[in-house]
Design a protein around this ligand. Structure first.
Ligand code: PMV
Length: 351
């Protein structure tokens, strides 16, 4: 396996300054669920990067004596002490690849371009942006990675913060998890989707319907752990990989209908696994089902390609080609908005 160990040779660790980076979130079409140590996925996943929903991070650093990690975190200028333990865990995991981490006092200033509790995973964009800042800092300290190597290392590091974050480092379609279906794929970092993508999937839109604004009932750590000893886990890992294999010719040939079948099957499979785990959970709310039923009726009556996917929660992501934007917007306004929490929705486009 290739090594991501730091090759810094010079001793420049007495500098102060700041580095900044921006990273988008992503939505998985083929879902990752279940992992082994450390942050190695049990199945390959594939996502659309959400261009409009970014985290912007500034990492300020000044030298200190070695020892414990020292960091403060601010979200929109407000101190966020509850973010610190997660980042300390992240630093511990990546220290062997960035050995200078305990030689600086850090301040992390972060801002999301999407609202809090919007159904968009800020851990993916947040860890992605922080990983980019850290690889930039490594360069400032004398690291000599090319820009491609830096991105790959940032994806590798982001994975150790939050698995799905590694897919956010590249625009368009991204794959994470080793599979013979995708050349160059790896369990350790994501790769840009290397095959042909039909015009139909360019500028795909994602409108996120916020069904429930409550805190996540099942944290992602707990969600992944539920796959251990799950009676259907092995079948699910295989099914995800099969769905990924089936998606490749569909992405090339442009069949929207077949795309929708796979994407919706993946979303429902993720939820089915949560419903049949021990303990079991229902993450959808009644309004999630109302939206899905309305969407299916609309699709049947209009023949318009409108599909849904779900994260590990109640919110619904509506996926559709940009050329149908107006008709879908009208449908959302007239028939779906009533199921949304405070009628909130976020519009994004994949690429
Ligand atoms: O990156 P994590 O550990 O928060 O896991 C995310 C898992 C899902 O969002 C449910 C699916 C995915 O592939 O993004």
């Amino acid at each position: 396996m290739e090594t991501f160990k730091s090759k810094i040779t010079s001793k420049k660790n007495d500098i102060s300054g700041s580095v900044s980076a921006k990273c988008p979130s992503n939505i998985a079409l083929i879902k990752y669920g279940g992992k082994r140590e450390i942050q190695i996925p049990m199945n390959p996943s594939l996502s659309f990067t959400l261009n409009e929903s970014n985290t912007q991070t500034e990492l300020k650093f000044k030298p200190k004596n070695t020892g414990e990690f020292s960091l403060k975190v601010f979200l929109d200028k407000e101190p966020k002490e509850d973010f610190v333990p997660k980042i300390i865990t992240f630093f511990k995991r990546i220290e062997e690849f960035l050995p200078f981490l305990n030689q600086f006092e850090f301040e992390i200033h972060t801002h999301n371009t999407f609202p809090h509790s919007s159904g968009i995973a800020s851990s993916a964009s947040g860890m992605g942006a922080l990983a980019l800042c850290l690889t930039e800092l490594e360069t400032r300290l004398g690291g000599d990675l090319s820009s491609d190597e830096k991105l790959k290392k940032a994806s590798f590091l982001a994975r150790l913060g939050s698995g799905s974050a590694c897919r956010s480092l590249y625009p368009g379609i991204t794959v994470w998890g080793e599979t013979d279906a995708v050349k160059g794929s790896s369990d350790c970092y994501a790769v840009p989707y290397p095959y042909e993508v039909h015009e139909n999937f360019r500028n795909f839109q994602d409108t996120i319907l916020l069904i429930d604004e409550g805190q996540k009932e099942v944290s992602s750590t707990v969600g992944h752990r539920l796959m251990e000893n799950h009676p259907y886990a092995e079948k699910r890992f295989k099914s995800a990989e099969e769905n990924l294999k089936r998606l490749i010719p569909i992405l090339k040939e442009g069949s929207l209908e077949e795309f929708g079948t796979i994407v919706e099957h993946e979303a429902l499979s993720l939820h089915a696994m949560m419903m049949t785990s021990n303990p079991y959970f229902i993450l959808m709310k009644p309004n999630t089902l109302c939206v899905i039923e309305k969407l299916w009726e609309f699709r049947k009556s209009t023949a318009l390609p409108l599909f849904f996917t779900l994260d590990a929660g109640a919110n619904v992501h509506l996926l559709y080609p940009k050329k149908n934007k107006q008709k879908i917007n009208d449908f959302v306004e007239n028939d779906l908005k009533k199921y949304c929490f405070e009628a909130k929705m976020i519009k994004d486009f994949a690429f």
